[in-house]
Structure formats: structure tokens, C-alpha cells
Design a protein around this ligand. Structure first.
Ligand code: ZN
Length: 248
């Protein structure tokens, strides 16, 4: 009788251990599932200020027309962002798939993503420019469009902390390399994509600077060597890094 009780006792202990083990096993996939919520984002450059972010939602920024010199982006998207209404930023008709177009000063939500518009200046009587700020797959992005003058303290506050920035560096129509460096040093994002600089395919209509003055003296520069790169929130670089993409 005594032995039986002891055996039963051992059985209860084993059963509890088995239950504890199986419950920790059952919790495990949930933890992994939570981590997997931060999916990778592919960032592809078409040239000038036009990028596409994908995969779960396809977002295109500032599509240009053929007069810029790069091949016109020929892709389908869910959302197109337009920073201001100039031909090298608003060629929305090039993008197929009936995208929702977000332009002007409205803060708008599309496909569950809120795109905040921060009013800025194109500079020199060129009108307004809208910096767009949004979070996608846990990463906070800011696209500066044709920002023409330095940011004010209240604009910095409105933009808030960001992980990835798309910033013009070519000068003439926009801020130049020196002004862009001042802004990124103040904002300290993890990833910087320079844009709106001169490349050999661009015509004389763009008397802007090449990328070189912006890269000069920078230690964390990755020349990707292709037109796209992928990040998840967890794989962003720890220190601010400039990524240079090819347009093709
Ligand atoms: Zn422009």
C-alpha cells in the first residue's frame, strides 16, 4: 500500500513536469511569432527621389518623368507618395495597380499605415515641400522630397525619431551635402539614403552636384552595388550608415 502511494506520488510529479514542459513548449512558437512581426522591407531605388518599399505593402515615393534621364519606374504599387507637384516628383501615371496617391499637406492613412505630412519649404520661391513620415514593419521612415532650406526646431519635433531617411544632397534645387549632413547628424537615423544628386544619365536641366561631396570623409558608407537592399527592424545597423544604391 505504502509503495503504491509512493509510486502514485512519483507519477504526479512526472505528470506535473510533463505539463510544465509542454506548456513552455506551447508558449515558444508564440514568442517566435511575435518576433516575426518585424518583417523585412525591401528598399529599391529607381533614381532621383524615387524609391519603392515592399513587400506586404508596395509604397513608391516621388516618381519622375522621362525628362529626368533615368528609365521611368514601371511598377505596380498600393500607395504613391508625392512630396510636391514638380515633374521630377509627381509622375503618378507611370505607376500601375491603381495606387492610392498621397500628396499635399494631409496626414493620411492607407493600408493601415499613417503617412504624416510635415510642411517644409522647397526654397527660393519654389513653393512648399512635404516631408512624409511613416512607420512600416516597425521601422520609422522619413522622405524629405525637395527640401530646400534647413529645418526649424518645430519641424524636427514634428518629424520625431526616425530609423531610415531619404534625403536630397545635390544642392541647387534642394539642400546641399553640407546642409544634409547637418540634418542627419542632428536626427541620427540608422540608415541614410542620399538622393536627388547628379549621375551620368541626367541631362543639363539638372545643374546639381554629384554624390561625392556628401560621401567625403564618411566612414560608414555601404556601396550596395545593386538597386535594392533589405532590412528588418532588428537588422538595422547600430550606427548611422549611408547606403548608396544603383538605379538599375
Ligand atoms: Zn526635384
Amino acid at each position: 500500500m505504502f509503495k503504491k502511494v509512493r509510486l502514485f506520488g512519483q507519477f504526479v510529479v512526472m505528470l506535473s513536469l510533463a505539463l510544465i514542459f509542454s506548456s513552455t513548449q506551447a508558449q515558444k512558437p508564440k514568442v517566435e511569432g511575435e518576433k516575426m512581426e518585424n518583417k523585412e522591407v525591401t528598399i529599391r531605388w529607381f533614381g532621383h527621389s524615387c524609391f519603392m518599399l515592399s513587400d506586404s505593402v508596395k509604397i513608391v515615393t516621388d516618381p519622375f518623368d522621362k525628362s529626368v534621364g533615368y528609365p521611368v519606374p514601371n511598377v505596380s504599387a498600393d500607395i504613391v507618395l508625392v512630396s510636391h507637384e514638380h515633374f521630377d516628383h509627381n509622375n503618378v501615371s507611370a505607376i500601375s495597380g491603381k495606387p492610392e496617391v498621397i500628396r499635399g499637406g494631409q496626414t493620411k492613412t492607407a493600408k493601415g499605415i499613417t503617412f504624416k505630412a510635415v510642411k517644409a519649404s522647397h526654397g527660393d520661391g519654389r513653393g512648399d515641400d512635404y516631408i512624409r513620415v511613416w512607420e512600416f514593419e516597425g521601422i520609422r521612415f522619413a522622405h524629405f522630397g525637395d527640401l530646400g532650406v534647413d529645418l526649424t526646431d518645430s519641424q524636427y519635433k514634428e518629424i520625431g525619431p526616425v530609423d531610415v531617411v531619404f534625403i536630397p544632397v545635390g544642392g541647387y534645387f534642394t539642400i546641399d551635402a553640407e546642409q544634409a549632413i547637418k540634418i542627419i547628424n542632428k536626427m541620427n537615423p540608422k540608415v541614410v539614403f542620399p538622393m536627388h544628386y547628379k549621375t551620368p544619365v541626367m541631362g543639363s536641366g539638372f545643374p546639381i552636384s554629384t554624390l561625392e561631396p556628401f560621401l567625403k570623409g564618411k566612414k560608414n558608407v555601404v556601396k550596395v552595388g545593386k538597386n535594392s537592399v533589405r532590412f528588418s527592424k532588428d537588422s538595422l545597423p547600430k550606427e548611422m550608415t549611408v547606403y548608396v544604391l544603383e538605379y538599375k
